[in-house]
Design a protein around this ligand. Sequence first.
Ligand SMILES: NC(=O)c1ccc[n+]([C@@H]2O[C@H](COP(=O)([O-])OP(=O)(O)OC[C@H]3O[C@@H](n4cnc5c(N)ncnc54)[C@H](OP(=O)(O)O)[C@@H]3O)[C@@H](O)[C@H]2O)c1
Length: 301
Amino acid sequence: MSTTARLLPGVPVAEEILAQVAEGVAQLRAAGVTPTLATVLVGDDEASAGYIRIKQRRAAELGFASPHVRLAASVSQADVHAVLADFNSDPGVHGVLVQHPIPGGLDYDRALQTLAPDLDVDGMHPVNMGRLALGLPGPLPCTPAAIEALLAYHGVPVAGREVVILGRGATLGRPLAMLLAQKRSTANAAVTVVHTGVADWPRYTRRAEILVAAAGVPGIVRPEHVRPGAVVVGGGARYAGRRLLPDVDESCARVAGAITPRVGGVGPVTVAMLFRNALRAARSAAGQVLRQGGGAEALPR
Ligand SMILES: NC(=O)c1ccc[n+]([C@@H]2O[C@H](COP(=O)([O-])OP(=O)(O)OC[C@H]3O[C@@H](n4cnc5c(N)ncnc54)[C@H](OP(=O)(O)O)[C@@H]3O)[C@@H](O)[C@H]2O)c1
């Protein structure tokens, strides 16, 4: 298949963000603060254990301390809450990442609600969703923030343009709609969200200048759903074993003007956003401590 669309890779975007994070971490360390991102893994799922290992390796490379708690799949909901309560009350911990999903009998959302919102590096805590809705500062949900950053990095104008998002899930479609409608130069779009309640959703996607697939249904976006020359962002995907099955069919590259690659698109930027949230949490917590001690001028902005 011949590709005509310009590719919008995520790897250089992630590298740029991670370089800024590494610099920020080094500045905090020089001011006597060790940025600390704790990780929690519940159960024995190999894929989840692998994801946590990758994030811990990256945390170490960036200069974060990263205490890790691994809980057996047999633990109770209260056990998970107790671990998070310990982190909540530890002033040396700036961010906490609970690897998703957690085993079937446990409720991830309920656990997340017991975490202090400022420690939530995924930006998914209800308080942080509320901050996003109100335009207040706080950790942003990683995948939506990644998509905004990816478009900005590649010089894709968003302000004033018609963005259509296929999917209204809590991780991606819904927070992305809020983010891209905000009054900011890299957002400020006319945003439409379509879902299973809109039977004729292609009517909307075909007029989109920027189309974001956020459904988690492999191959759901096909060339006939894309306006010629549009920018297509693949956010949704599903895994079959280790194989990634994206929402956007590769043949869309024949119609789109620009498109994220099948692999190495939004994913790497999402991970970078996690560390950006962790750095911001560490800066903010350290700022409070140093201000109390009169040393805030040593902190980077
Ligand atoms: N790239 C990354 O780093 C990254 C990170 C996080 C998540 N994701 C991916 O993002 C995707 C979305 O996640 P999520 O948790 O936000 O979503 P979700 O809760 O799974 O919701 C999916 C959304 O897609 C809509 N949808 C599903 N099938 C559809 C169809 N046939 N026609 C029209 N709409 C349809 C659903 O509509 P209804 O609301 O009507 O059911 C729903 O709004 C997932 O694939 C996830 O893996 C990617």
